[in-house]
Write a new protein. Structure first.
Length: 388
C-alpha cells in the first residue's frame, strides 16, 4: 500500500493531536517496513523536527512533502485531491476530523480510501463547554462537516470505546455500518518514566496539565485547591502546565478572587524534558475534566510515577482503570477529599504509584501503530474486493 498521512496537524507548539500524529509516525516507522508512506507537512521547521524525532532520514519507505496551505484552508479542498492523485495514494489518513471532501465522494468510494481520526465530539455534544471555540461559534457548520466526514470516511479511528459510542450516536452512522468506527488506544511515549529519586519538600505539589477550555474544569480544580489551602493541614502548591487563554479569563479571575496567586505556579506551555520533570516532581496529578476523548496526561503522569486523581466522566474511567481515584468533577468537596487523601496517606500514594506504573505500561505507541496498520490493511483489502 501507498499511504498518505496528514502531518499538518503537528504545529510548532505540540498539542494533543500533534503529539498523537508525531508518535504515530515515529512508531509506524519502527513497525512497518512493508508499506510506503508520504507525510504531508505545512511548515519546513515542523517537518525537520518531526523527521529528526522519528529518525526518518534513514527510513527508505518514508518520504515527505510540503503543502503550502493548512487543513482548514479552501485550497485544501481545491488542491489536495490533485496532490493525492499525483502521489498515487491507496489510503489517506487525516489525524484530525477535517478532510478534502472532493477526494472522497459521499455516494461512492473514491480512488483513495479515507481514514480519519476523530479524538472526541466535545463541540458537537457539549457546545457550552467550548463557548469561544470556532467549532462552537460556527456550530451548524461544524455539525454539517462532521456529518459529511461520517458519510465519506471509509474508516473512522477514535481513541476510546467511550468516544466510539459517542461517534456512533452523534454522527448518524447507520447501525449496519458501525464496523467503520474502531477504537485504537493512544500510547505513552517512552520518555515518561519515574525519577531515580524524588525530592523531599515541605510543600506538596499538585499538578495539572492541559488547556483552559471550560470542559477541562480548571475552576473546579481551583475551587478544591482553595479549600485545601484554607484547610491548612497540608502545605501545597498547584502547578498549572498549559497556556493562558484570553478566550477564557475565568481561571485568572478566580485565582485573583480567591487570593491564590502565592500558592500557584503557572509557567505556561512547556514540553519535552521540562514537562517530564514537572510530572516527576509532582506529588499528585489531577485531571478534573467534564469530558475527555482519551485523557493522555493521566497515563503520562502514571508512567512518571505520580499518583492520579481524575474525573469519573467519559473515557477517563476506561483509561485510568483501578490505578486512580475517580471523583465527580462537579463535587468540589469530593475532589478536595480525594486530593487530601493522597497527599496525607503515604501508603495510598504508593499504592496508586505502583498501580499507575502497571496501568501505563499497558498503553504503548507501538501497539497503536500496529493496530493502525492493520486498520489500513483491512480497509484497503475491503476496497479492492468491492471494486472487483
Amino acid at each position: 500500500m501507498r499511504i498518505g498521512l496528514d502531518a499538518r496537524w503537528i504545529f510548532p507548539e505540540i498539542t494533543g493531536i500533534g503529539s498523537y500524529t508525531q508518535e504515530l509516525i515515529r512508531h509506524l516507522a519502527c513497525t512497518d517496513a512493508e508499506n510506503e508512506y508520504m507525510l504531508f507537512f505545512q511548515h519546513e521547521e515542523v517537518r525537520e523536527r518531526t523527521l529528526a524525532y522519528a529518525s526518518l532520514h534513514q527510513v527508505p519507505n518514508f518520504d515527505s512533502r510540503l503543502i503550502p496551505y493548512g487543513p482548514f484552508s479552501p485550497r485544501n479542498q481545491v488542491s489536495m485531491p490533485g496532490v493525492m492523485r499525483e502521489e498515487r495514494l491507496d489510503v489517506f489518513h487525516s489525524t484530525n476530523f477535517m478532510i478534502p471532501f472532493p477526494a472522497f465522494p459521499a455516494a461512492r468510494r473514491g480512488q483513495t480510501a479515507c481514514v480519519v481520526t476523530i479524538h472526541d465530539l466535545i463541540p458537537l455534544m457539549f457546545p457550552e463547554h467550548t463557548p469561544r471555540a470556532l467549532k462552537t461559534r460556527f456550530h451548524p457548520l461544524y455539525r454539517w462537516v462532521m456529518r459529511q466526514v461520517g458519510r465519506r470516511a471509509d474508516l473512522i479511528i477514535t481513541v476510546s470505546e467511550s468516544s466510539r459510542n459517542d461517534i456512533l450516536r452523534h454522527m448518524a452512522i447507520p447501525e449496519e455500518e458501525s464496523h467503520r468506527v474502531v477504537a485504537i488506544y493512544e500510547g505513552v511515549a517512552d520518555r515518561y518514566e519515574p525519577a531515580p529519586r524524588r525530592p523531599v519538600r515541605d510543600e506538596k505539589i499538585i499538578l495539572y496539565v492541559g488547556r483552559m477550555d471550560p470542559y477541562k474544569n480548571v475552576p473546579g480544580l481551583l475551587n478544591a485547591f482553595g479549600r485545601i489551602v484554607k484547610h491548612g493541614t497540608v502545605p501545597a502548591r498547584l502547578r498549572i502546565i498549559g497556556p493562558r487563554d484570553e478566550r477564557y479569563p475565568q481561571v485568572q479571575e478566580l485565582i485573583a478572587a480567591e487570593q491564590l496567586q502565592e500558592h500557584i505556579d503557572w509557567p505556561g506551555y512547556i514540553s519535552g524534558e521540562a514537562l517530564l520533570s514537572a510530572y516527576q516532581e509532582a506529588d499528585l496529578f489531577v485531571l478534573p475534566s467534564l469530558y475527555e476523548g482519551f485523557g493522555l496526561p493521566v497515563l503520562e503522569a502514571m508512567a512518571s510515577g505520580t499518583p492520579v486523581v481524575c474525573s469519573n466522566r467519559a473515557s477517563l474511567p476506561e483509561v485510568a482503570g483501578n490505578a486512580a481515584i475517580l471523583v465527580d468533577p462537579e463535587n468540589p468537596d469530593a475532589l478536595m477529599e480525594a486530593m487530601l487523601s493522597v497527599l496525607t496517606d503515604l501508603a495510598l500514594a504508593e499504592s496508586l504509584r505502583i498501580r499507575g506504573l502497571d496501568r501505563a505500561a499497558q498503553f504503548s505507541w507501538k501497539r497503536t501503530a500496529i493496530e493502525t496498520v492493520n486498520a489500513y490493511r483491512n480497509i484497503f483489502t475491503a476496497e479492492r474486493e468491492t471494486s472487483r
